[in-house]
Design a binder for this molecule. Structure first.
Ligand SMILES: C[S@@+](CC[C@H](N)C(=O)[O-])C[C@H]1O[C@@H](n2cnc3c(N)ncnc32)[C@H](O)[C@@H]1O
Length: 502
């Protein structure tokens, strides 16, 4: 068996995958994981438009709006015309295809509005839930995090895939802090559907999640009543309603990832459903809450996410909370950690490549990057030296353009100079995979220089992605630079910033 890049599969402990989880899961070994927690987009119709307004990667990662398009047809075909890649899925895919047909009938063909998006959403979920069933160990469990928009359809789908006898609980996560309208009740809960793969052989560590007895009755019974003299239990089995606040704008653990779930919620699930050493799998891992919780509880973990924007905060949280270094303490697949990886990503997905290149520098991907504009923007801080006080710093707007192809020409520099003028950028960074031409360099000189500490630096700089681009916190530029802080609401870890200096 081979991974998504046709390399032989190694032991899959503590690994982050970057890519579409259906492709990645298809190449994973059956029976690998003790628990799968998944928090897919919900078909809530919401646009989490607070992170990267309008950029392509943002749309992919955070637009929870579904269409019956080629991607939906492809998802449906993965079920209706299953290629038998894993023989144990043939019958299940057949059953799921009847389920999808049933949903189509309910949704009456589903070509418009909500019906269309629900149909596309269910076609997306069907092959992925089937793969998750395959990947679980015989005593494994799935915890599917969803909400009232689609939970009823997803429960039917899980009944078909896992068997209704293996339904264990519908867990209500009551997060309380709902926003309130005037025309209906406030939405204040999510749904987590728990199914086991086998009806009896599954992990439920009741003792790990006991809650205190509420009335004095139990104490009385063990002290004076019928149970007198016996050891009193430490607590009782919790209800299937979990009361826990969601993350708000002020939460310390916020990483700026719009759909981030609270660590405590994931710790609760993982404690209940796994033992130390088990492997936790999250195929929609976002900024890595489940992986963080798993690591803290001494479980192993494997996560997948589609967007590089998720990998950046994930890397950060694993480093800062658990002192984990990528490639040393865990594997990363599909996310560029070498120049060759970057070239592969650029070939497969130029948009993700551009997003990766600018986020790597701590800049934010920008909308409409296709129209001759630029791919990233932010602020840099010029320091007298790295250790000077806050008051001496000067913050300058910077934009970046990314070109992955070999065909580089002066017109691209002209367009970028125009973008610098239009945005009043003090500095422009032109990032390439391949060397720029002499004509481009000549043109860049016309953008002029800026002065800092008595030295002149070019305003328009070319940075080629070489091996140094992958060194932690270093980029190949001879400037005492530091990326400015993002707005507070987007940050979790205060203080430390990335030095952009050699
Ligand atoms: C609701 S968020 C998960 C948030 C996560 N539980 C956390 O606490 O950070 C859903 C994630 O699924 C990812 N995603 C969407 N479609 C995907 C796909 N086909 N393959 C892998 N990841 C996908 C998105 O990029 C997004 O990060």
């Amino acid at each position: 068996m081979a991974d998504v890049h046709n390399r032989p599969l190694k032991t899959m402990r503590n690994t982050l995958y970057f890519g579409d989880n259906l492709n990645v899961m298809r190449e994973m070994q059956s029976g690998s994981y003790h628990i799968c927690y998944l928090d897919p987009p919900f078909n809530s119709g919401r646009n989490y438009n607070i992170f990267l307004a309008g950029s392509k990667a943002q749309r992919k990662a955070f637009d929870d709006i579904w269409r019956w398009d080629d991607a939906a047809r492809h998802n449906q075909a993965a079920v209706l015309h299953y290629d038998g890649h894993h023989p144990e899925l043939v019958e299940i895919m057949d059953n799921v295809s009847h389920c999808l047909t049933g949903f189509d009938n309910i949704l009456k063909g589903g070509s418009k509005g909500e019906a269309e998006s629900m149909r596309a959403y269910l076609a997306f979920m069907a092959p992925r839930l089937a793969e998750i069933w395959r990947l679980l160990t015989p005593n494994g469990s799935v915890y599917l995090h969803c909400d009232a928009h689609a939970s009823h359809y997803l429960k039917c789908m899980l009944d078909v895939i896992f068997g209704s006898a293996n339904f264990q609980n519908e867990i209500i996560w009551y997060y309380k802090n709902a926003s309130r309208g005037k025309r209906r009740l406030a939405k204040a809960h999510d749904v987590i559907l728990w199914y086991s793969k086998s009806p009896r052989d599954y992990t439920f560590n009741r003792d790990e999640i006991l809650v205190p007895f509420e009335s004095g009755m139990t104490e009385w019974r063990y002290a004076k009543g019928g149970q007198s003299g016996k050891a009193m239990p430490k607590g009782k089995t919790p209800d299937d309603v979990l009361v826990m606040p969601s993350l708000n704008a002020m939460s310390k653990e916020r990483l700026g990832y719009p759909t981030q779930k609270p660590l405590a919620l994931l710790e609760w699930i993982i404690k209940a459903a796994t033992k130390p050493g088990d492997i936790v799998f999250d195929p929609f891992c976002g900024c890595g809450t489940a992986l963080d919780a798993a690591h803290g509880l001494k479980r192993n973990w494997v996560g997948i996410d589609l967007t590089v924007l998720a990998l950046e905060p994930m890397e950060r949280r694993l480093r800062e909370r658990h002192n984990l270094q990528p490639k040393v303490d865990y594997r990363i697949e599909g996310y560029p950690t070498t120049r060759e990886d970057a070239i592969l990503l650029a070939e497969q997905n130029p948009h993700d490549f551009a997003n990766w290149a600018v986020t790597r520098l701590g800049l934010s991907p920008t909308p409409n990057s296709n129209d001759g504009g630029f791919d990233g923007s932010g602020k840099v801080v010029l320091w007298e030296n790295h250790h000077l006080a806050e008051a001496t710093r000067m913050s300058l707007p910077v934009i970046a353009e990314v070109k992955s192809g070999r065909s580089l020409n002066p017109n691209q520099v002209r367009a970028f100079r125009t973008a610098m003028q239009d945005t009043d950028a003090a500095i422009g960074i032109f990032i390439t995979l391949h060397p720029v031409t002499r004509g481009m360099r000549n043109l860049s000189e016309a953008a002029g220089t800026f002065e800092h500490n008595g030295k002149h630096y070019p305003r328009l700089q070319f940075w080629q992605i070489t091996d140094t681009y992958f060194e932690e916190g270093l980029i190949p530029v001879n400037l005492p630079w530091q990326i400015d802080e993002r707005p507070k609401a987007e940050r979790h870890y205060g203080g430390e910033q990335t030095y952009l200096t050699t």
